[in-house]
Design a protein around this ligand. Structure first.
Ligand SMILES: NC(=O)c1ccc[n+]([C@@H]2O[C@H](COP(=O)([O-])OP(=O)(O)OC[C@H]3O[C@@H](n4cnc5c(N)ncnc54)[C@H](O)[C@@H]3O)[C@@H](O)[C@H]2O)c1
Length: 328
């Protein structure tokens, strides 16, 4: 298939591009490179440097290529930043997605795989989280993802589209061959930040909140390896059906606390990794982990890298090989 990958130069997108290419798909990337990196994707993959908010450049891409499907990763995703700058998030994530949807309609591209998030659930009534639980996002970021899901859902009901929403839990790790990995500026995801302490780029790791109602008082999250997310996208592509919009949780089903992640990083790196207890941050639910039964049953997805030390080791491998990220 010929696939447009928005945000394909970003962290999850680039791992998915790697897998799509291995599966002989034809990929065209659309990315504004504000967080993405040209070096994260092979030289021979066409990359259009453009913004989803730039309708003209977006329309030109759809005019120039005939796509069979779109994988839509492009978004801003820093929860705390979204609390500070909500309008920026609504513009980029909601308006950007509606522009994309508009071009898909105009050019009769009817298959979409959308990167949604467990942030759509907010604080779930019980754990593990199933797809049918209430959607009460507690951050502007989470609300942008839910609004886009609803828009795509209505487009499917109107037979204009078929979509699969993959609600990722915490993406982490790096390609096992060490070729690509996670490089955000500034970095705000727990595992790479902890590894930056091991690399002595930061003096310590802050643990935000130690009084949550969780076994050790710190936040619990479901850490899903980025290659397993990429695999979920590949399977989703084969299951998108026109007129249907279906959501799947993509997580391992197991939660790890912040303290457990730090302990894992200490084991994997051999560094002491100093930690400091700090107050809670706004918009952080205490505990989130998936029930991945639906994607396992319906898409036959099975995560391959589930041990937390193996996940952290893959990230550490990339960080050691690329101490300055992609900007060598
Ligand atoms: N990383 C996670 O843990 C996680 C969890 C849940 C959901 N998600 C979702 O997965 C997707 C990918 O996340 P990621 O971690 O790879 O992020 P990322 O920042 O590494 O990648 C996003 C890419 O999109 C590009 N982009 C953003 N806005 C754009 C716009 N308006 N026009 C063109 N390009 C734009 C960025 O330059 C970047 O390359 C996002 O939609 C995110 O919301 C990620």
């Amino acid at each position: 298939m010929k696939i447009l990958v928005t945000g394909g130069a970003g962290y999850v997108g680039s791992h998915c591009v790697k897998l799509l290419r291995a599966g002989d798909h034809d990929v065209i990337i659309y990315d504004n490179l504000k967080q993405g990196h040209r070096q994260a994707v092979p030289d021979d993959v066409p990359l259009v440097r453009g913004d989803l908010l730039d309708r003209k450049t977006l329309a030109d891409v759809f005019d120039n290529f005939r796509f069979d499907a779109v994988m839509h990763f492009a978004a801003m995703l820093n929860v705390n930043e979204s609390v500070q700058f909500p309008r920026l998030y609504y513009e980029n994530n909601v308006l950007g997605s509606l522009n994309l949807l508009g071009e898909m309609m105009t050019h009769q591209v009817r298959k979409l795989v959308f990167s949604s998030s467990c942030a759509v659930y907010g604080i779930p009534p019980r754990l593990p989280i199933t797809e049918d639980m209430p959607k009460n996002p507690i951050s502007p970021y989470g609300r942008t993802k839910w609004i886009v899901e609803m828009a795509m859902h209505d487009a499917a009901a109107n037979h204009e589209l078929g979509s699969i929403f993959l609600r990722y839990f915490n993406a982490c790790g790096a390609a096992i061959d060490g070729s690509i990995g996670e490089d955000h500026d500034p970095e705000y995801h727990l595992i790479p930040v902890v590894l930056e302490v091991a690399q002595k780029k930061r003096s310590k790791i802050h643990i935000f909140g130690t009084d949550y109602p969780t076994p050790d008082g710190t936040n619990v999250r479901d850490y899903i390896h980025v290659d397993d997310l990429a695999l979920a996208h590949l399977l989703a592509l084969d299951h998108v059906q026109e007129g249907r919009a279906v959501a799947y949780n993509v997580g391992t089903g197991k939660g790890h606390s912040v303290r457990e992640i730090i302990e894992s990083a200490r084991r994997v790196t051999g560094h002491s990794i100093p930690a400091e207890e700090s107050p809670r941050r706004e918009g952080d639910p205490p505990e989130l982990y998936a029930d991945p039964a639906k994607i396992k049953t319906e898409l036959h997805w099975q995560p391959q890298i589930t041990e937390i030390d193996a996940i952290v080791a893959s990230a550490w491998n990339w960080h050691k090989k690329h101490p300055n990220g992609y900007d060598e």
